[in-house]
Write a protein that binds this ligand. Structure first.
Ligand SMILES: [Fe+2]
Ligand SMILES: [Fe+2]
Length: 297
């Protein structure tokens, strides 16, 4: 093991104006909502008035989020370990809030399921494509970091976790929730939690964007690796959307299913566009990036 250098008693101190430290400060300010404080009494009433098809669609979405949040809670640690091993203190300080928030997201969806009285096995909603992502690719890519902390392995992990699972899959899921429940004016507790989750996730995705931009800046060949990985994952996001639509022309809430697909395609393009901005930047510029430039809510 490398000889330890203590940062906070050195002249370096903490990099207080660096992006990860600012993100850590923001998480402490706005990331403290408590899932257990959300009132689901109206959601319980609304659930009784929904059609069987609507219930099935919402349960499917919740079951994918519930499993997804559990997976990201369990799979984040190897990344934290890799970052800590490199002595990147400000990044690790932010990551402590990241893991705490994923745990709260896992708690949140279980509270929703409990409130609507759902006690059955929901894994029937997990298609083969879904399982491929959450039961295989995500845990395997993250677990690789236990023994391989190369920049390539860290970049691949961040693409799968932050750019794809959070930045494309989860963002599309929020869009679907709003598209159905907000339009119908039902399930306010679920929507309140989704609003909080969305803000938390903007910081997680923002950190991933910073991390990948830093890696691309330090090792320019990483950009091609990131592009290739996103290209490999993209068809799975499209496939999951198609499975959600099930050939219907109108969703159970009356919306146009194409809107969800268009949103996914836009997310895929946006992620790559933002990462491409790292090319040719100086490392100091990456650390100085503002919240709004990186899309923090
Ligand atoms: Fe989450
Ligand atoms: Fe997250």
């Amino acid at each position: 093991m490398d000889k330890r250098t203590i940062l906070t008693t050195s002249t370096r101190g903490l990099l207080e104006d660096s992006f990860p430290y600012r993100l850590y400060q923001k998480a402490k300010r706005v990331g403290t909502w408590n899932p257990a404080d959300i009132d689901f009494s109206q959601d319980q009433k609304d659930w009784q008035t929904m059609t069987a098809e609507q219930k099935e669609d919402i349960l499917k979405l919740i079951s994918m989020f519930q499993a997804g949040e559990e997976a990201v809670t369990l799979d984040l640690l190897p990344l934290m370990m890799a970052i800590a091993k490199e002595g990147r203190l400000e990044e690790e300080m932010f990551l402590t809030t990241f893991l705490f928030e994923e745990a709260k997201h896992t708690e949140f969806f279980r509270l929703v399921l409990n409130a609507i009285g759902e006690t059955g096995d929901l894994s029937r909603f997990h298609s083969d494509t879904y399982k491929k992502i959450f039961y295989e690719i995500l845990p395997e890519t993250m677990a690789r970091l236990v023994s391989d902390q190369s920049p390539e392995a860290v970049a691949e992990a961040s693409v799968v976790y932050n750019m794809f699972v959070e930045g494309v899959m989860a963002e599309t899921g929020y869009f679907s929730f709003y598209n159905s429940l907000e339009t119908a004016g039902i399930m306010p507790g679920l929507l309140e939690g989704i609003g909080n989750l969305k803000r938390d996730e903007s910081r997680h995705i923002g950190y991933g964007t910073f991390l990948l931009q830093r890696l691309i800046c330090e090792h320019p060949h990483i950009y091609d690796l990131v592009t290739a990985k996103m290209g490999e994952l993209a068809p799975m996001a499209i496939q999951i959307n198609q499975e959600g639509i099930e050939g219907r022309e109108v969703s159970s809430f009356g919306g146009d299913p194409d809107e969800v697909m268009n949103f996914t395609m836009k997310q895929l393009a946006v992620r790559m566009e933002v990462l491409g901005r790292a090319k040719g930047k100086k490392i100091e510029e990456i650390y100085k990036v503002s919240d709004s430039e990186i899309g923090i809510l």
